[in-house]
Design a protein around this ligand. Structure first.
Ligand code: SF4
Ligand code: SF4
Length: 292
């Protein structure tokens, strides 16, 4: 049993509210869309929506996996909603979004892991909003033949940024990401990059799950060895008492160290800080990396 740690002063999570966000939420409900921004009560929601950035969760809200840090419900998901790509594209156009992150739960129940649905969403958004940059944050497409199928499907309509999160160091996978495989995830990132040298690849990890500093550094090296361009590193916060405990709050100075370390390895962009999320400043990071 880990002791319950007090949140340090640099972790301030305020629950956002306000009129502009409320209006957007109505629009999202009318189109039956879910954003991670709202679901995770993300403290950056005003900033992101204000900048024309949002993260949408497609393929439902029920996951076939059960990661110990994650607050998403698990069980048997419904079939993909055929109207979702069109609803998503209309909402992106309505909201005037300039940068969209599209993510999903893990769909081990689907032959293609949901890749076909991702591609339909990309195509629908591009048709209505050709200037909008699209980042997809995908599951690992683990399973016999699934990665190959997914990569083939994605090749028809690749995103501007391909993001797949490692989430943590390999030593903690069994406990934190059961059902996933560290090398599989690295291979997915590398294969995508080999297929699309011009598309930016990106990954992310959370700190505070029990990892050691040298393990984090090795994970960053592994990502670079698999041609990943950008990385996000942020503090894990426990969604409830039933989730993985926070083992440690890394200090802002330590985040800074990983940023310097990562840049030294050759990442084009490193976002490392206590409140950094996979999609935080995704638009700016992409711009700095030469996109958007
Ligand atoms: Fe949404 Fe990501 Fe911005 Fe949070 S950081 S509001 S999840 S886009
Ligand atoms: Fe959550 Fe993703 Fe793990 Fe599913 S696969 S439980 S959505 S982190």
């Amino acid at each position: 049993e880990a002791p319950v740690l007090r949140k340090p002063s640099w972790i301030r999570v305020r629950i956002p509210s306000g009129n502009a966000v409320a209006k957007l939420k109505e629009k999202l409900r009318a189109n039956r869309l879910v954003t991670v921004c709202e679901e995770a009560s993300c403290p950056n929601i005003h900033e992101c929506f204000g900048h024309g950035t949002a993260t949408f969760m497609i393929l439902g809200e029920v996951c076939t996996r059960r990661c110990s840090f994650c607050d998403v419900a698990h069980g048997r998901p419904k079939p993909p909603d055929a109207a979702e790509p069109a609803n998503l594209a209309r909402t992106v156009a309505d909201m005037g979004l300039k940068y969209v992150v599209v993510t999903s739960v893990d769909r081990d129940d689907l032959r293609d892991g949901g890749a076909g649905h991702f591609v339909e969403c990309i195509a629908a958004i591009r048709a209505q909003s050709p200037g909008t940059r699209i980042e997809i944050l995908t599951p690992d497409f683990r399973g016999k033949g699934r990665m190959e199928r997914a990569l083939e499907i994605l090749a028809a309509n690749p995103p501007d940024v391909f993001n797949h999160n490692l989430e943590t160091v390999p030593e903690l996978y069994r406990n934190v990401r059961p059902g996933a495989d560290y090398q599989w995830s690295l291979t997915l990132l590398q294969k995508f990059k080999a297929q699309h040298p011009d598309v930016v690849t990106k990954s992310g990890i959370m700190l505070g799950l029990g990892e050691e500093r040298d393990q984090v550094e090795q994970t960053l090296r592994d990502l670079r060895a698999h041609d990943v361009d950008m990385i996000t590193i942020g503090q894990y916060l426990q969604p409830s008492a039933h989730h993985h405990p926070v083992m440690r709050y890394w200090t802002p100075e330590e985040y800074k160290h990983f940023e310097t370390f990562g840049l030294g390895l050759g990442f084009t962009h490193v976002a490392s800080g206590p409140l950094v999320r996979s999609s935080y400043h995704a638009d700016r990071s992409a711009a700095e990396a030469g996109l958007a």
